[in-house]
Design a protein around this ligand. Sequence first.
Ligand code: PAF
Length: 272
Amino acid sequence: MVFHKLKDWQLHRRTLEHREANGTVGFVPTMGALHQGHRSLLERARQENDHVVLSIFVNPTQFNNPNDFAKYPSTLESDLKIAEEAGVDFVILPTREDIYPDDYRYRVMETTFSKSLCGAHRPGHFDGVLTIVMKLFGLVRPHRAYFGQKDYQQLELIRGMTKSFYLNLEIVPCPTLRETDGLAMSSRNLRLTPAQRKNAPQIARLLKSSLLENKTTDWVKAELSKSGFLVDYVEDVAVGQPPETRRFVAASLGEIRLIDNLSPSEAKDLEV
Ligand code: PAF
């Protein structure tokens, strides 16, 4: 069932009100342009819950670059097909007016981790992400919400927000899905030119080889620059519980900014 009007969804959500009596709600929030990575989140949500909700909303407040927002891919027809194939029960398609009737006067912020890595290069990005996710959690009231580890910093911040605000739901981290050449799946990959697409897996290759061969983050930066990337950062950060050091990269090919991250144990198994 597809909800174009938020009011209709809100009415419908009430029918699932008696949580225990009516089973669990699994939620996958997205900005559309769904790929196999999203499909795997939806399939996992399907396996683990009685009801599965997908939201598609290209959230303007998390784009610090208006051009990136304007060019964000939109593939609604194929998104709905993937949703149906993955067994999604409800798709909600809120509008900007639905989500920001307050014109973004109220927002959720984190003051520390959100200022590093992507946050240092995309001011305000994580305020936008945490705010939309908090709003969607309020609208969907899921028991479980599914997020990919490709956006690991986002996942950590959402986990922290959920704990900090005593939100009554489980955040389920899901492994990064990759193309056969190692490129982490992302909606933005659709915007790469054929030459950029060929070059893009270099990020995963360098993450893997640097971790296995004990090469520094500076070495990765230099290699990426040699391959034509404009590098935002390559950093090692201890994240998760118990803390584990992961290597994080953000680098652009032309207008397209790509991110990825890997732990030493994942590096051993990564096929690139
Ligand atoms: O990861 C995304 O697609 C977005 O950041 C999210 C979580 C749907 C919030 O807009």
